[in-house]
Design a protein around this ligand. Structure first.
Ligand code: PMV
Length: 325
């Protein structure tokens, strides 16, 4: 294969690719308005195989090129006037759960389409994946798509070292930086309540436009910076404090949900901290388990009705799997 060394190499179709989901530790929602965020790619991914076909389809559905917003946006932006595609996608990331399933879908598909067109630098794949997700969703930040493209831990709009790339929507720019992995295991629990990211982002935008909005945004900024510093220095207690504070701010912004609060209470005896992760209003929580109590934490969350699992960061971002279709 030939192509950019830190990127996706050129390769003709058929192709397979994978991309990880993500978990936000600090700064969801506020990042849309320019505040810092810390997140990591999770070891759950979406895999995709793509081959040329007589007509386009997704998992056998011929209407998907029109009805599936992310496939449609990807084809419109990255595959204009080209051959129809048969796309098969399977994912271990629960959908509409705050765990980046749409970002993983667009990053994996973006990697395949770019490889078939001569390869792409990772920075450019991050911008393109954001353009596709934003095109389909209408609102949002490049945090999710950058985590899926970068792998590992990343920060958005924080610090001045280790810049990976910048992503822009034409009006606003977000700086994406590599962050260090503290080596901790996290527990995630999906509430089973799906929700729309776009609706939640718009609702928080309305909340932040109120008179005390700038003050609330400043609190988000301060808590995220404290959390980012605590993770960088592998300070569990500092990280736990910032997680709990970040959750309270998200409650104040109106995006928690009674089921999330129940899950947070259920995890408490085995957890140092918990917060909602992602857009909220349903979706998932992330918990920092008491070291040694990871399995108990998962059990408690499962008994409370959550889809609970331990996660570790995925080291690698979106990439080609093989040349097989
Ligand atoms: O719930 P998710 O996976 O769509 O994550 C959304 C994160 C937000 O900050 C709420 C929106 C964004 O695009 O950053």
């Amino acid at each position: 294969m030939s192509g950019p060394s830190d990127g996706i190499a050129a390769h003709p179709l058929p192709l397979s690719a994978r991309a990880p989901g993500k978990c936000i530790l600090f700064g969801e929602h506020a990042v849309v308005h320019g505040a810092p965020e810390l997140l990591f790619a999770i070891d759950l991914d979406t895999q995709m195989s793509v081959r040329p076909a007589e007509s386009s389809s997704l998992n056998g559905d011929p209407a998907a090129a029109v009805t599936h917003p992310y496939l449609r946006a990807a084809l419109e932006r990255c595959w204009t006037a080209d051959v129809p595609l048969h796309v098969r996608a399977v994912s271990r990331i629960p959908k509409a759960a705050g765990l980046g399933s749409s970002a993983a879908f667009v990053a994996a598909l973006g990697a395949v389409l770019a490889a078939a067109r001569g390869g792409i630098a990772r920075s450019e794949l991050a911008q393109r994946s954001f353009d596709v997700e934003r095109g389909a969703q209408g609102v949002g930040s490049p945090g999710d798509t950058s985590a899926s493209v970068a792998g590992g831990y990343i920060t958005i709009n924080s610090g001045s070292a280790d810049l990976l790339w910048e992503v822009s929507d034409g009006l606003q720019r977000w700086a994406v930086r590599r962050a260090s992995d503290p080596g901790w295991t996290w527990v995630i629990a999906y509430s089973g309540i799906p929700r729309s990211t776009a609706d939640a982002v718009r609702a928080v935008g309305t909340r932040l436009a109120q008179a005390d909005g700038p003050e609330l945004l400043e609190k988000f900024r301060r808590v995220a910076e404290a959390g980012i510093r605590a993770v960088a220095s592998e300070d569990r207690i500092g990280t736990a404090t910032a997680m709990n504070e970040n959750h309270e701010l998200l409650v104040e912004a109106g995006v928690s949900h009674p089921r999330l609060e129940e899950l947070i209470r259920a995890a408490a005896p085995a957890a140092l901290a918990s917060k909602l992760t992602g857009a909220g209003a349903g979706g998932s929580i992330v918990t920092m388990p008491v070291p040694g109590k990871e399995a108990e934490c998962v059990r408690r969350l499962a008994r409370a009705g959550g889809l609970a699992f331990a996660v570790r960061p995925a080291r690698h971002g979106a990439g080609l799997l093989s040349s097989g279709g």
